[in-house]
Ligand binder design. Structure first.
Ligand SMILES: [Mn+2]
Length: 307
């Protein structure tokens, strides 16, 4: 498989600085070598730089760096499209989670070109389902999934979407911090949302397998959006939005191994890595390790890793 790497050093979607260093940290942790050792071709497309975007004021005074974030999203979707066209699986290195508004928009456009439905697997502590008028924190990394599903209120602010994501094609795993507006949207749109309580009770494998079966039956393309805060903070400290009680080392590897075995993954985001908060690169290396599992490494085939 030929993998394409695109760095997206944006942090305007959060108020905790540090994500700007994310792409470099993933590269320093040896992502490209890791993929090459697994037999994949790797092309690094460098980093995205934001375009110009017209300034607009919004009635929600909490919104943080709206214009700059829109400029990033516009630039990301443009830069991501050739990576879809020229490789088998783009890997987008963040950067905060608002970048998925651009990467998934590009994925959806490419899927439409291929006449396949686009599915999205959201691995995250948060559902990122705020609209511009419901976010209280004002941090736009809490909004991309609502935008991508075509929820109202983004028109005239975020870039226009040619193809939205059908809520029936979305699954969220690992959520454990949900605001009331997001909770009602999950119910209204009947989203497949597996919170940590349900994963504790029933495990992660069965609901993931049933989602992957749905993707396969629909001949769909699958974008995986992996937020560092999906993981238990004890194993992954380098993220500005830690929430206790996340996915364990083994649960996350199981997800990655099942995704590889499915053969369905067509693009990946790794987002919210904040190297400024990391402990000697541990979280960056751990994320690269998970990426390795997603691209075919089997955990039993390698020596113990010190994390
Ligand atoms: Mn997120």
């Amino acid at each position: 498989m030929k993998c394409g790497i695109l760095g997206i050093p944006m942090q305007t979607g959060t108020q905790t600085p540090g994500c700007v260093m994310g792409p470099d940290a993933f590269r320093c942790a040896g992502l490209a070598d890791h993929l090459a050792q697994l037999g994949h071709g790797v092309q690094d497309f460098g980093n995205v730089t934001p375009a110009h975007w017209p300034e607009r004021s919004h009635s929600n005074p909490a919104l943080h760096r709206l214009t700059e974030t829109c400029a990033w999203i516009d630039a990301i979707s443009r830069a991501a499209t050739p990576v879809f066209e020229q490789t088998d699986c783009p890997i987008f290195l963040g950067g905060d989670h608002a970048l998925s508004a651009g990467t998934v928009a590009a994925a959806a456009g490419y899927a439409a070109q291929k006449r396949q439905p686009q599915f999205v697997l959201w691995l995250d502590a948060h559902p990122d389902l705020h609209r511009l008028d419901t976010t209280v924190s004002g941090n736009l990394h809490g909004t991309p999934l609502a935008y991508l599903m075509g929820e109202p209120g983004f028109d005239g602010f975020f870039p226009d979407l040619d193809h939205t994501i059908d809520p029936a094609h979305v699954a969220l795993f690992g959520i454990r911090s949900v605001d009331p507006a997001e909770r009602s949207l999950i119910g209204d749109r009947d989203l497949a949302a597996f919170d940590m309580r349900s994963i504790d009770e029933h495990g992660i494998a069965r609901p993931l397998r049933s989602f992957l079966d749905r993707v396969a039956q629909a001949n769909g393309r699958l974008h995986v959006s992996f937020d560092v805060d999906f993981l238990e903070p004890a194993i992954a400290c380098a993220v500005g939005t830690t929430v206790p009680g996340g996915a364990t080392f083994r649960e996350a590897h199981l997800v990655m191994e099942m995704l590889f075995e499915s053969g369905l993954v067509t693009s990946l985001d790794m987002v919210e890595l904040n190297p400024f908060l990391d402990d000697r690169g541990k979280t960056a290396r751990l994320m690269v390790d998970f990426c390795g599992s997603l691209f075919g490494r089997r955990i039993l085939d390698r020596p113990t890793l010190n994390i």
